[in-house]
Every structure is written in structure tokens, then in C-alpha cells.
Design a protein around this ligand. Structure first.
Ligand SMILES: [Mn+2]
Length: 341
């Protein structure tokens, strides 16, 4: 456990970083911690660096203060970093403390790694299974519901204001699939309940940040479901969208949010995967599962990816979708056979 008060004693400059392509837990934990420090530590200047965030998280307080960087690759040259920044502020001198949140390895910090590397002190707070700990101080509990729940643990409850509560609640909702996944424990529900006590509009937050989809996203979901196929005795379901179809539907990566989960809801299915083509030609995929004996983080690790046991992501370089499908099915079946023997 981190003693936040101690870590922030005599500190003037703090940076908060999350992983590239931030999700609700990443945005919620970064902004939750940001709002908490701003509200409770007068003398500290805090900066949050993230890739542009999904628009639904724009309702979280101070989301407009995030310094956005563009580009997804680890950039080793500190002098290159300011070029990635959209917006005005970037501190060139080292920060006193840099937090890396919801990030399983330093590479996933993207270009902001240079901010991390230059820091006087680094703190990593994360809940991914494959996090080794790459900071001076690590607070990592594998398979905890969310980084937001870990942030909740290190804050002084009486000093949590409504905006902090909204951020942390949103992140817990995202990473538990609205309290459904088995990473959601009694202590998660307690944390969420205590955050509700701060007067947040939890029904609105769930609807607006988790369920609500644009009409275009619904069309994309529908097309992905129509194209779905099942293999391995109908236990594995998959679908994908390649460049031509993405162009036709004007689909961008963020429009595929939730498609893999919907596939997994199919009766008789225990694993789903969904893939799409990124603008750079790479294939990006996600895996979702319900089988306790099938560890999807292990499957993803063999395909340039990682994640959790029942939710993981992977990627391939510029290969055909057919080739990608074959590889994923083969890796999954290998895992099924290990798991069920
Ligand atoms: Mn997370």
C-alpha cells in the first residue's frame, strides 16, 4: 500500500501517466488522482499526459486539462517528446513524482515514457496480471477489479470530493463490465458503494460512459454479429472487419468497443475474439472469455499482447485476416487443451 501523503510531502511537480489508447479505468484513475491532488494539495502542480480520450469520458471534471500526445510508439529520445504534444504545456525539467497508472509495462506509456524516465521518483499503480513493476515504488495487485479501486484504497475517504468519486466510479464500472466480471469482489462493491455516498449520479455515469452507443456503432455491431462464425464445437466465436468494410461503414477503432463482449454473450460460447485493421495496416484484436480454465492473457502473450485471464488484447503485423484467424484459433485451442486436461 502506498502512503500518498508521505509520497507527496515537499513535492512541487507531479505528472500522471496512463496507457496508450486510454479506457475508462485509465482515464478515471488519472483524472481521479489529478482532481484529488488539485483539491487537497495547494502547492502541487499536476499534469496528466494521455492519448486523446474517448469522448464519453469528456464529462469527467478536468478532462479538458489533459495534455494530449499523439503517436503510439515508445519514443526513446526525450527531445522528441514535445513534438508529440498537442496543447501548450509540457514541462521540460524532471517531475518530482511521476505516477504510471493502469499500465502493465513501460512500453504501454507510449511517448510519455520520456516523462517517466526523467522523473526523480516513479510510482506504478496497476492491476494487470503481467505487470512486473517498473517503477521505484509499485502498488500492484493482480486481478484487482481496476486501478480506480486501488486509487480509492490510497485516498483519504473524507477528502474525496464528488468529482473524484465520479472518476473512480466510472473506472470501476468500465473494468468490471458494470460489476459483472469475476474481478468484481465484495470489496469492489464496498468501494463503489462508498463512492455513491459522495452524491454522484451513478445511473447516468453507467448509461453515458458504458452502454450508450452511436447509431453508427450499432450498425457496426450488427454487421460484426452477422459476419460471426463459430468453431471448436461452437465454443469459440469470432468476427472481424477488414479495411474495405471499415471504409464502407466509416468505422474507426473506437467504434468496435463492446463488439467482442457482445459476441461472447452467445449461448454455448466460452471464448470470443474480434479483430479489425488499424490505419497502419496492423491487425488489432480482443479476446473475451468465461472459462475458468482458459487463460486468455497467456494466449494474448503469444500474439504480441497481454491483459487479464478473461479479457485480453493482441496484435499482428500486416498479415491477412485469414492468416490471423488461423493463428488465434490455433493458440486458443492449445490453451483449451492445456486448461481442460
Ligand atoms: Mn484497468
Amino acid at each position: 500500500m502506498i502512503d500518498l501523503k508521505k509520497e507527496l510531502k515537499d513535492v512541487k511537480y507531479v505528472a500522471i501517466l496512463g496507457h496508450i489508447r486510454p479506457d475508462g479505468d485509465c482515464v478515471g484513475s488519472c483524472l481521479g488522482l489529478y482532481n484529488y491532488i488539485v483539491d487537497n494539495y495547494d502547492g502541487i502542480k499536476v499534469d496528466v499526459y494521455l492519448n486523446p480520450i474517448p469522448s464519453c469520458f469528456g464529462i469527467l471534471e478536468n478532462s479538458n486539462k489533459i495534455v494530449n500526445y499523439i503517436g503510439f510508439d515508445l519514443n526513446d529520445d526525450i527531445n522528441e517528446f514535445p513534438k508529440c504534444i498537442q496543447g501548450s504545456y509540457v514541462r521540460k525539467e524532471p517531475y518530482d513524482v511521476v505516477f504510471a497508472l493502469d499500465c502493465s509495462d513501460a512500453r504501454r506509456l507510449g511517448p510519455a515514457y520520456s516523462v517517466f524516465k526523467n522523473a526523480k521518483k516513479t510510482i506504478c499503480i496497476d492491476h494487470h496480471m503481467n505487470t512486473d513493476g517498473f517503477a521505484d515504488v509499485d502498488y500492484i495487485i493482480a486481478d484487482y477489479s481496476s486501478t480506480c479501486e486501488l486509487i480509492y484504497n490510497i485516498l483519504d475517504y473524507d477528502k474525496i470530493n464528488k468529482s473524484v468519486a465520479e472518476c473512480l466510479y466510472t473506472g470501476i464500472v468500465t473494468d468490471t463490465g458494470v460489476f459483472q466480471y469475476d474481478c468484481c469482489k465484495a470489496h469492489t462493491m464496498t468501494a463503489a458503494g462508498m463512492l455513491m455516498e459522495k452524491g454522484i449520479d451513478y445511473s447516468f455515469l453507467i448509461e453515458y460512459t458504458f452502454y450508450e452507443k452511436s447509431f453508427k456503432q450499432q450498425k457496426i455491431l450488427g454487421t460484426s454479429l452477422i459476419n460471426a462464425k463459430r468453431v471448436y464445437d461452437n465454443r469459440i466465436i469470432y468476427s472481424y472487419m477488414d479495411k474495405a468494410e471499415m471504409e464502407e461503414l466509416k468505422a474507426s477503432p473506437k467504434d468496435f468497443e463492446g463488439v467482442c463482449e457482445k459476441l461472447r454473450e452467445t449461448k454455448g460460447v466460452s471464448t470470443s475474439f474480434f479483430m479489425y485493421r488499424q490505419p497502419d495496416g496492423k491487425i488489432k484484436g480482443s479476446l473475451r472469455g468465461t472459462d475458468n480454465n482458459v487463460d486468455l492473457s497467456r494466449v494474448a502473450a503469444n500474439m504480441n499482447g497481454g491483459g487479464h485471464k478473461k479479457a485480453a488484447g493482441f496484435s499482428f503485423d500486416d498479415i491477412s485476416m485469414d492468416e490471423a484467424v488461423d493463428i488465434v484459433i490455433e493458440e486458443l485451442i492449445k490453451e483449451y487443451e492445456i486448461g481442460n486436461n
